[in-house]
Structure formats: structure tokens, C-alpha cells
Design a protein around this ligand. Structure first.
Ligand code: PLP
Length: 553
């Protein structure tokens, strides 16, 4: 794209003394901005006029075309970006990568299956790409390093309650000059998910089974990232869902769904996408797709009982607790932070069990910026950028201090133009898995939904009941995981179905995992930061020594 400069800024940028622009490489390797904000693209082109010529592209060519608009070609050339996209999507088991199947032709309801990647989770779409990007940047840095000097090395550290860990491991396994450390709560990850992580034989993969909860794992990760000693020894990188490269990669399947359906029905006009949502990464990619010019008529947020987003769309207040933080409960005095820290509810869809939704800040920045531009149509947009950053900064400080904030009514209006939301309870999740299997409400009898995808389908059916579709309009519900990954909920929902046997949904790849050698380090209770840091340093040194040994053979 000659003449286009793709650059990024923090959502909390407000002061001209701060660094305002970041390159794509900086954004990917830093993850989070140093002011605590998230990186957002400085401009979003409208590519509607290109749409027609994209109709027959493969998934990876689509990915290339979309990413090209957000990565400057001075940073990654066309041929390099093509190679990265190709190698990210060839490991998928479906030729369409994210195939769209009909659930109910009569009500124009479709399902996009996002789980055909190496770990059977939708997170593969993003983490295959991120892994290849990390590797690309390192290879380039190391090209100019003399053979007797120390090579650049990246140490990726993450915490997982399930899906992210294995998808990140599969994105980075065997990649030179990268080590990956994944911490998970001991005994609290589903057996399949644990085996997917611990049976990977590559020496650069390290699983740490930590006594405690997922939050304890996350605390270790945060402590390592802010520890000066660790940062002296290692160049750390994160793979969590706020990384811009993950969002970018996810834009592609919104386009892919549109083209897959357009090939079947040339009169297709617009799509309502329904997205099982946790950290708001998946659906945010849909927002960018819409801003790029894809005909998206609605983005529908489907939450489980952890419904902070649903409550925001209802009220304009973004609050950790369902109760207003300032409202004393029956005369009992407020107990400081506790009053609004009720904690995360455990549901059948654990990948969506969140207290706050980290990528929401990005959407809020775009909406706030739009609002500022509407308020001051005659001032320079740089001023609106700073004004928006100031507001976002204020709100997120308030969230930290009081547990909630409320946006301007006009911003809520803007949020409601494209988005709606539904909250789906635990019992309803099981009912939908059962109903779908029995072919009630959908025509695809015998289809087994995982509990996350079921939340999307539940919201889709409610939307279809409430709204009537325009001619040429369809609903695409996103399926985010393979049912075999969430055996517990699926078996619970289908236990009365005489003809159902779990073996029929179990992929070949999951069979025999238990017999493989497991590589996992136990981190017992009471281990502090220094011990974890030493463990990581030792493992990285061992890996590098082995690598150098191999290189000199
Ligand atoms: C991560 C995940 C989600 C939630 O996606 P967000 O981008 O965090 O909104 C939903 N379902 C599954 C199976 C996931 O792994």
C-alpha cells in the first residue's frame, strides 16, 4: 500500500510529552502500552470498493489483504507477510480454515466453526499468527548478530485456565530463539487441556503446574513482568488477548464468513454476527471488520453469567459488581474494595469467566473519539485524540479505585448502534446443547455444541425471536471450541440422550494423549518470585546451551 503509514497509539495517550506513535513491531512485542493503555490503529481505511475482488481469495490471501492495511510494508514486505499468513493457516484441518455451516436454513441461521486449528480452539487463529510473527522479528534481529555473539532471545510467559495455554504453545513450539512458559493452576484445568499442553515434546516449551488458582498464576506473570531482575536477564513477551496481533488475525474470519455465504447465495446483503464473549477480543475484530466496510448489520455480544458487558449495554455503567458500588447493602457499612469485588462466577463456559473484559477499552476509545469529533467538528482531530485519551484514562482509574464508571449517554448511544447483548445462564447453556442435539429450533439434528458455542446459539435464537431480518440478511453465530474440549458440560447436557456417545465427538488427535510422556514442572505452594525467576532462567540457559551444542556439532 504505497503512501499508507500504519501506526498505533495508546488508548490513554493524552499528553503531547508522551510518545504518540508506535510501529507494528513495537506494538506486538510490547503488548501493553507503558501508560497502561492498549494500542489502537491510528487510522482504519474503508476497503468496501475492494470487497468484490476479494470474493474468491483463500483464507490466507484474505488475511494478507486485511493485514496489509495495518502493517507498514517498510516493516514487513509483501512476500514476507504472505509467507507468515500462509504458514499460520496451513496447519488448519479445514480448507476454508473457519467453515460456515447451516444450522437452520428456514431462519437464516449459520454457524462459523472456528475450532479447526491445531488445538481445536478458536484461539489458534490468532496464536498461530502471533507465534510466526514473534519468530519473524527474532530471525530478522539475529541475522546481523555475529556467530560468536549472544543471540536475541524472547521469553514468552503466560497464565492459562485452559484454552490460551495450549494454543500459545502450539503457536511457538519448536521456534528458534523463543522459550515459552505457561502456568496453570494445579488440578484445575480440564484433563484434555492439560494433556494438550504437557505432552508437547519440544524443548522450548515449559509447563508449570502451580498450586493455587488461575489468579495466583496471573499474579506470578504480572510480578515477573514488573520485576527489574527478570527484565535484566530476559526479554519478556506476552501472548494474552490484548495483543493487537491477535485482534488483527481475527478480523479475517468475519470476511471469510461473508464470502463463503456470498458464494452460496448471491443475494446476500448483510450479516448479524453473534459472538460468545469474554475478553472482547473476538467481537472487537468484528467491529474492525465493520469499520473496514464489511456489511455487518449487527454485532451481538453473548455473555455467560459473568455479564459485565451485558450490564454495560443495558445501563451505560461498566461495573465489576452487579450492584452499584456506592449503594450500601441494607445498612451494613461498605467493606472497602470487597463491596465491589464479588469475584468471577464459575460457569460451564470457563473461557468466558471474566470479571472485566480487557479489550473493551479499545472499543470505548473508538466510540469516545467519535463522540469527541461529533462534539467539536471544527477542531483538529489531534485534540479529539487527546480528549478521548484523557476520558479513557479517567474512567479506568475510576474502575480501579471504585469498581465502576459510567459513560456519557451519547457514547452509550453510539455503542448501541452496532452492538446488542444477551446474557445466557448456566441452565440455558445446557438446554441449548440438548435442544440443538435433538434438532429443536435448529434443523441440524445431532450437532454437538460446546458450552461456549451454545451461548452464542442461545443468543442467536433470542435475537431471531426479537428482530426480523431484512431481505438478504443472515445470522452467523461463532463456534469457539470443539465439544471434546469441554466433556463435562457436554456429557451433563446429553446424559439422557440414548443415542449419544462421547466417543463420536472425540477427535483422533485426543486419543492416546494420556500415554505420551508428560513434561511439566510442579510449583508448590509458597514459592516466591525469586524461585520462579531462577527456574525460568535455568531452563532458558539449558535450552540455549543445547542449541549452541547442536549448532557446533
Ligand atoms: C477465549 C474464548 C472465548 C472468549 O473470547 P474473547 O475474545 O475473550 O471474547 C470464547 N470461547 C472460547 C472457547 C474461548 O477460548
Amino acid at each position: 500500500m504505497a503512501g499508507v503509514t500504519a501506526r498505533y497509539s495508546s488508548t490513554r495517550f493524552q499528553d503531547p510529552a508522551q510518545k504518540e506513535y508506535f510501529s507494528f513491531e513495537e506494538v506486538v512485542l510490547k503488548g501493553l502500552a507503558s501508560d497502561g493503555g492498549l494500542f489502537h490503529p491510528h487510522s482504519i481505511p474503508n476497503i468496501r470498493s475492494e470487497l468484490q475482488s476479494w470474493q474468491d481469495l483463500s483464507f490466507s490471501d484474505l488475511a494478507f489483504n486485511i493485514m496489509r492495511h495495518f502493517i507498514d510494508d517498510s516493516e514487513i514486505s509483501d512476500s514476507e507477510l504472505k509467507t507468515i499468513a500462509d504458514s499460520s493457516y496451513t496447519p488448519f484441518r479445514s480448507k476454508d480454515v473457519t467453515p460456515v455451516i447451516p444450522l437452520s436454513k428456514s431462519s437464516h441461521l449459520y454457524l462459523m466453526e472456528l475450532f479447526h486449528g491445531p488445538t481445536f480452539a478458536f484461539k489458534d487463529v490468532a496464536l498461530q499468527f502471533l507465534g510466526n510473527l514473534f519468530s519473524f522479528f527474532l530471525v530478522r534481529k539475529n541475522k546481523s548478530v555475529p556467530s560468536n555473539a549472544t543471540r536475541h532471545h524472547l521469553t514468552v510467559i503466560g497464565a492459562t485456565s485452559g484454552d490460551t495455554g495450549s494454543a500459545a504453545i502450539y503457536g511457538l513450539r519448536g521456534k528458534p530463539d523463543v522459550s515459552i512458559f505457561i502456568m496453570f493452576p494445579h488440578g484445575k484445568v480440564s484433563p484434555v487441556q492439560e494433556l494438550q499442553m504437557t505432552t508437547v515434546p519440544d524443548p522450548n516449551v515449559h509447563c508449570l503446574s502451580v498450586t493455587g488458582t488461575f489468579d495466583d498464576c496471573q499474579d506470578y506473570v504480572k510480578a515477573l513482568f514488573s520485576d527489574p531482575e527478570t527484565n535484566k536477564i530476559h526479554h519478556l513477551a506476552a501472548v494474552n488477548s490484548i495483543n493487537w496481533a491477535r485482534i488483527l488475525a481475527q478480523i479475517t474470519y468475519y470476511f471469510s464468513a461473508y464470502f463463503q455465504l456470498l458464494r452460496q447465495q448471491p443475494d446476500l446483503k448483510r450479516i448479524r454476527y453473534v459472538v460468545p464473549t469474554g475478553n472482547f477480543g473476538d467481537i472487537l475484530a468484528g467491529y474492525y471488520a465493520s469499520r473496514l466496510g464489511l456489511p455487518v448489520s449487527k454485532l451481538i455480544i453473548a455473555t455467560n453469567e459473568n455479564d459485565i458487558l451485558h450490564r454495560f449495554w443495558e445501563t451505560g455503567t461498566y461495573s465489576k459488581s452487579p450492584k452499584p458500588a456506592s449503594e450500601p447493602h441494607e445498612g451494613i457499612p461498605e467493606d472497602g474494595a470487597k463491596a465491589h469485588e464479588e469475584g468471577v462466577k464459575e460457569t460451564y463456559s470457563p473461557a468466558m469467566d471474566i470479571l472485566v473484559s480487557s479489550n473493551f477499552e479499545r472499543l470505548l476509545w473508538h466510540l469516545t473519539f467519535e463522540h469527541e469529533c461529533n462534539l467539536n467538528p471544527h477542531v483538529k482531530s489531534e485534540l479529539s485524540v487527546r480528549q478521548a485519551g484523557k476520558k479513557i484514562n479517567g474512567w479506568f482509574q475510576q474502575l480501579k479505585n471504585t469498581g465502576s464508571f459510567t459513560v456519557d449517554p451519547e457514547i452509550l448511544e453510539l455503542a448501541r448502534e452496532l452492538f446488542t447483548s444477551y446474557r445466557v445462564s448456566n441452565p440455558e447453556t445446557l438446554d441449548i446443547i440438548k435442544g440443538a442435539y435433538r434438532g429443536e429450533a435448529i434443523e441440524h439434528k445431532g450437532y454437538v455444541l460446546d458450552p461456549h458455542s451454545a451461548i452464542g446459539v442461545a443468543a442467536s435464537l433470542r435475537e431471531l425471536q426479537k428482530a426480523s431480518l431484512a431481505p438478504g440478511e443472515v445470522v452467523v453465530s461463532l463456534a469457539t471450541a470443539h465439544p471434546a474440549k469441554f466433556a463435562g458440560a457436554v456429557e451433563l447436557a446429553l446424559k439422557e440422550e440414548a443415542d449419544f456417545s462421547f466417543d463420536t465427538v472425540l477427535p483422533e488427535e485426543f486419543k492416546g494423549l494420556d500415554a505420551l510422556e508428560k513434561r511439566v514442572v510442579r510449583v508448590e505452594e509458597g514459592k516466591g518470585l525469586p524461585e520462579i525467576r531462577d527456574l525460568i532462567t535455568k531452563e532458558v540457559e539449558k535450552e540455549r546451551a543445547e542449541r549452541n551444542g547442536a549448532a557446533h556439532d
